[in-house]
Design a protein around this ligand. Structure first.
Ligand SMILES: Cc1cc2nc3c(=O)[nH]c(=O)nc-3n(C[C@H](O)[C@H](O)[C@H](O)COP(=O)(O)OP(=O)(O)OC[C@H]3O[C@@H](n4cnc5c(N)ncnc54)[C@H](O)[C@@H]3O)c2cc1C
Length: 493
């Protein structure tokens, strides 16, 4: 029996990681030190790119059936609507925002993981590990105190913002704690005059108050505290904030969660050391403005799982794994800077700056192309890996995405439950068939329709273009596949 990959943490990121590895047939164990799943709603927003990847994994339908579909977000100042950003223009089969409590996301992911026969081992804590080059020796403490020593093929720390794995590796979590605080409430809301499934943000000279629908009539409310220190609010305080900063006439009741949070913006430089990886909040944290944190973490998992699965099967060289940190670190840098910009705009303090902001937003967001650009940016569909070491060739002169860009096609989105494979998107021809015959362990057995019949695309299992070339230029595709392919005896990590 081969050594399993050990995933630490059964939050949304660890569950995604374990489910993807299990779907690809890689032996995996997942542990969490808590005895039960979280009941807190925390991350609510699941964006289109994450839904596309969940669809490829085979569990988007369950999410769709459980969450609340939001078709737009609106910005207001008192009773005046400054802007409404519709999501219907997003170029994705999932052109909406799915509102779903993190506790539900975790439940659905755990059920999905269970379909592969992999349980979450709860009440089990990682207390130590040593990377021994050909395995990682891990010490686990089970509920009741039993100690287990496990030789894992790889260790993946999805153990959250206070990551034990990151700390044990001595990796710096570089960045800042921002001088701002928020209060948060999950409550019943009556009298909010915006469509019931639409997030709404109200700007006021004192600060912002934001309403995010969770289920019919129930909302997450977030408000910044200004210079007031962090503290857990009560319902009366939330009502007073909503009365002052909102449009008026809103009644809050039945709170199920009242809390506060500060904002950190931090990331590690490298997501990997030897046989140990970091993913999710263990590798990056930032302001919840834009609702990107969990989405980014789950996409870390989608990025790493197929690479590890191919390497574990010895269908690919371990060098493939080097691309994980550079690809995902670039995405985190971008999202951290976007979320800082968004937070700064939301929390402007000077009244003059607030007036300029409100005017600019009202005028600028009248332009459809601006609304579309913002919606696309939030959706995650523009995320790509333009500087990935895996990229080969170019799509210049072709109608279709270039290396590192996302390509949603029917064949790349439905790989099923089997080892990960690249898709060859090319006209069905003797050359295409010969290429598949040369790389049977890396390529899907059938070519798929290309976006432009004058070109050839090699699509990664996570739906990004690995290589592109004009028709006839098969060398580019061959070189790319040879580059990822099986290790020679002399290749190390
Ligand atoms: C108020 C709030 C609102 C948010 N809203 C959004 C949003 O709308 N959209 C969005 O994308 N993100 C949002 N986020 C961020 C989101 O909640 C996090 O990004 C997400 O939870 C990270 O998931 P994770 O799996 O990386 O870590 P976590 O969810 O923190 O899970 C880590 C797990 O590891 C376990 N663990 C830790 N150490 C060990 C150990 N040594 N051994 C075993 N187990 C261990 C823990 O018990 C825990 O279950 C929000 C966050 C907050 C606080």
């Amino acid at each position: 029996m081969s050594k399993p990959v050990l995933v630490i943490g059964a939050g949304p990121v660890g569950l995604t990681m374990a489910a993807e590895l299990a779907r690809y047939g890689t032996p995996v164990r997942i542990i969490d030190r808590l005895p039960a799943r979280t009941t807190q709603s925390r991350a609510l927003a699941v964006w289109p790119r994450t839904l596309e990847l969940l669809d490829a994994a085979g569990c988007a339908d369950a999410f769709r059936a459980t969450g609340l579909r939001a078709d737009a977000v609106s910005l207001h100042a008192g009773n005046s609507t400054l802007a409404r950003i519709p999501f219907g223009t997003i170029a994705s089969p999932f052109n909406y925002l799915l509102m779903i409590a993190q506790s539900e996301t975790e439940r659905l992911l755990e059920e999905h993981l269970g379909t592969f026969g992999t349980p979450v081992e709860r009440g089990t804590e990682l207390t130590d590990f040593v990377d021994r080059d050909d395995s990682v020796s891990c010490t686990l403490r089970h509920a009741g105190g039993r100690i287990e020593t496990l030789e894992a093929a790889w260790l993946i720390g999805c153990d959250g913002a206070h990551s034990f794995v990151r700390g044990r590796l001595g990796m710096a979590f570089e960045g800042d704690t921002l001088p701002m605080g928020f209060v948060i409430a999950d409550v019943h809301v009556a009298g909010l005059a915006v469509p019931p499934d639409e997030p709404a943000i109200f700007w006021h000279p004192d600060g912002a108050v934001m309403f995010f629908p969770i289920t019919q009539g129930r909302y997450r409310i977030i408000a910044d505290l200004g210079s007031v220190p962090l503290h857990r609010p009560d319902l009366g305080e939330m009502q007073a904030i909503v009365d002052r900063r909102g449009p008026g006439g809103i009644i809050l009741s039945n709170p199920v969660w009242l809390s506060d949070f500060g904002v950190n913006e931090r990331k590690v430089r490298n997501y990997r050391r030897g046989r140990v990886f970091l993913a999710g909040d263990a590798a990056h944290i930032h302001s919840p403005a834009g609702g990107q944190g969990m989405n980014m973490g789950m996409q870390d998992a989608f990025n790493l799982a197929w690479k590890l699965a191919l390497v574990e099967r010895q269908d690919a060289s371990p060098r493939l794994l080097n691309s994980y940190s550079s690809e995902r670190s670039g995405v985190a840098r971008q999202i951290l800077s976007d979320s800082r910009r968004m937070t700064t705009i939301v929390l402007l303090r000077s009244h003059l700056a607030q007036r300029v902001r409100n005017f600019t937003v009202k005028q600028g967001f009248r332009i459809p192309v601006v609304r579309r650009a913002i919606a696309n940016r939030l959706s995650g569909i523009l995320i790509g890996y333009p500087d990935s070491p895996l990229n080969m060739g170019s799509a210049r002169g072709l109608r279709g995405p270039g290396p590192g860009q996302r390509l949603v096609s029917r064949c790349s989105s439905k790989q099923g439950n089997r080892p990960p494979r690249f898709v060859l998107a090319a006209r069905d021809s003797a050359e295409a068939r010969a290429m598949i015959a040369r790389h049977p362990t890396l390529l899907m057995p059938e070519p798929c329709l290309p976006p432009d019949e004058n070109g050839i695309w090699l699509i990664r299992p996570d739906g990004y273009v690995a290589a592109a070339a004009k028709c006839g230029n098969w060398t580019v595709i061959d070189m790319a596949l040879n580059g990822y392919g099986r290790p020679s005896k002399h290749q190390g990590l």
